[in-house]
Design a protein around this ligand. Structure first.
Ligand SMILES: *[C@@H]1O[C@H](CO)[C@@H](O)[C@H](O)[C@H]1NC(C)=O
Ligand SMILES: *[C@@H]1O[C@H](CO)[C@@H](O)[C@H](O)[C@H]1NC(C)=O
Ligand SMILES: *[C@@H]1O[C@H](CO)[C@@H](O)[C@H](O)[C@H]1NC(C)=O
Ligand SMILES: *[C@@H]1O[C@H](CO)[C@@H](O)[C@H](O)[C@H]1NC(C)=O
Ligand SMILES: *[C@@H]1O[C@H](CO)[C@@H](O)[C@H](O)[C@H]1NC(C)=O
Ligand SMILES: *[C@@H]1O[C@H](CO)[C@@H](O)[C@H](O)[C@H]1NC(C)=O
Ligand SMILES: *[C@@H]1O[C@H](CO)[C@@H](O)[C@H](O)[C@H]1NC(C)=O
Ligand SMILES: *[C@@H]1O[C@H](CO)[C@@H](O)[C@H](O)[C@H]1NC(C)=O
Length: 360
């Protein structure tokens, strides 16, 4: 969907009934932090914050999240942000914009080094943590980042119960042609809007493939249980050949041809981005904990190669390792890939719960 005069839209939808509740053997090589937001290096993660599926949150919890996002979109841009300059095509920064826009901007700033490279999963894990920390520290958010289990909605995204019109606690109902597919309901109906950029469409190997066929519980389970010890194979299974996999397809399903979250560079301008990527972070975590060989598996390079994307699904060039830096453009602290392998150890301190079938 499109957020018209506004910035964030949310539109989309889907869900699956606990069908992906795999039982996984959890391996935590180290202990961790206290959930206070920034991570604390080496204390014990005795009280992780628990990320839950959107539909299992109470109305008050949903409203608290939406209020937090709205708050970030009203605070001034950070004077600290320093673009890395990695993206030569990036537009100049508008320092009259908002703190929320800063998160969109650093995603644009690192566009080529953060997608279809070895940094994709770890960088987005840190990015979500940075966003969640800002929500908590600056905007009174008291929960944990929610996720959108789109596998619950693969059969019929338009029937998803994740998207409703509640003006204070809803992500927004699916819009239609009467508003030119612009989100006009829910808590994000009037957020400011950022400029568009490059969209996902790609030269697909199978133009007839239905996007939702990649979003099924069965595919999720195959991804989690596959690619043992091979991070590149895992990422390929999520992004898909010619980028037709679960990750890109869900952006496109949610955003449509012109929607904000379909935009490769500015997709965080639609707040569904955070819920969609929390789900993908959860996918990585389930894969990591499926087998010890997966836990610290990392491979690929720092440079994107979209021309040969099937040959280099995690990029090429300088190899990524646990020592590779994840840049946050001075909006948040940089960390190394090895710092974010464990979501309950060393630096991060959160966990995911499976949706409770009786709650969804
Ligand atoms: C964690 O350690 C890093 C250096 O490894 C340091 O820069 C950072 O301030 C530490 N964080 C806390 C919360 O102590
Ligand atoms: C935490 O850091 C302190 C100081 O560097 C160190 O002595 C201690 O062994 C560390 N604890 C763990 C669990 O790593
Ligand atoms: C910068 O952002 C402000 C606030 O959103 C907006 O009013 C202004 O038009 C923007 N400037 C440019 C050049 O886009
Ligand atoms: C994809 O969505 C269409 C339309 O709702 C539906 O007919 C089809 O069964 C879905 N495919 C899968 C694999 O669920
Ligand atoms: C609907 O939105 C699209 C994409 O922004 C735009 O190209 C088109 O002109 C709009 N149509 C109308 C009737 O506003
Ligand atoms: C890992 O998977 C990739 C992509 O499928 C494949 O090209 C590569 O050969 C695999 N590596 C190993 C060591 O099996
Ligand atoms: C990790 O990177 C730092 C610079 O960021 C470098 O000094 C150090 O030697 C590297 N360690 C390894 C094991 O590559
Ligand atoms: C699942 O839902 C049931 C019924 O509401 C509840 O009793 C149970 O505690 C829930 N389990 C979890 C793990 O939330």
């Amino acid at each position: 969907m499109i957020l018209n005069s506004s910035f964030l839209s949310v539109a989309l939808a889907l869900a699956l009934q606990g069908a992906n509740a795999l039982s996984v053997s959890v391996v935590h090589p180290s202990a961790t932090p206290d959930g206070s937001g920034q991570g604390n290096n080496n204390s014990t993660c005795s009280n992780p914050s628990i990320r839950r599926e959107w539909r299992t949150l109470s109305r008050d919890e949903k409203k608290n999240f939406i209020d937090g996002v709205r708050c970030l979109s009203q605070l001034p841009a950070s004077p600290d942000l320093q673009p890395t300059g990695d993206n030569p095509d990036n537009q100049p920064r508008n320092t009259s914009s908002t703190l929320y826009d800063d998160f969109v901007y650093i995603h644009m700033d690192g566009l080529q080094s953060l997608h279809v490279t070895g940094r994709f999963f770890p960088w987005h894990r840190l990015f979500l943590h940075a966003f969640e920390s800002h929500l908590k520290n600056q905007c009174g958010f008291t929960g944990a980042l929610p996720y959108w289990d789109f596998t619950q909605d693969s059969a019929n995204i338009l029937a998803s119960t994740a998207f409703d019109a509640d003006p204070e606690a809803g992500l927004g109902a699916w819009p239609d042609a009467s508003t030119n597919f612009t989100v006009t309901t829910g808590g994000f109906r009037d957020l400011p809007y950022l400029d568009p950029g490059v969209s996902f469409p790609f030269e697909y190997s199978d133009p007839e493939l239905e996007a939702n066929s990649t979003q099924t519980p069965e595919n999720w389970q195959n991804i989690v249980g596959g690619s043992r010890g091979n991070f590149t194979a895992f990422q390929l299974s999520v992004d898909g050949h010619r980028l037709q996999g679960m990750h890109p397809s869900t952006h496109v399903s949610a955003g449509g041809p012109e929607g904000d979250v379909t935009n490769l560079a500015t997709s965080p301008s639609d707040p569904i981005f955070w819920l969609l990527h929390a789900q993908l972070d959860r996918l990585w975590w389930q894969w990591q904990t499926y087998h010890p060989d997966n836990f610290e598996a990392i491979s690929g390079g720092e440079t994107q190669d979209l021309v040969h994307v099937d040959d280099f699904p995690t990029g090429t060039g300088t190899p990524v390792t646990a020592n590779t830096t994840l840049f946050m453009s001075n909006l948040f602290e940089d960390k190394k890939i090895g710092d974010v392998f464990d979501i309950m150890g060393g630096y991060l301190c959160y966990d995911y719960v499976q949706p409770n079938a009786t709650q969804v």
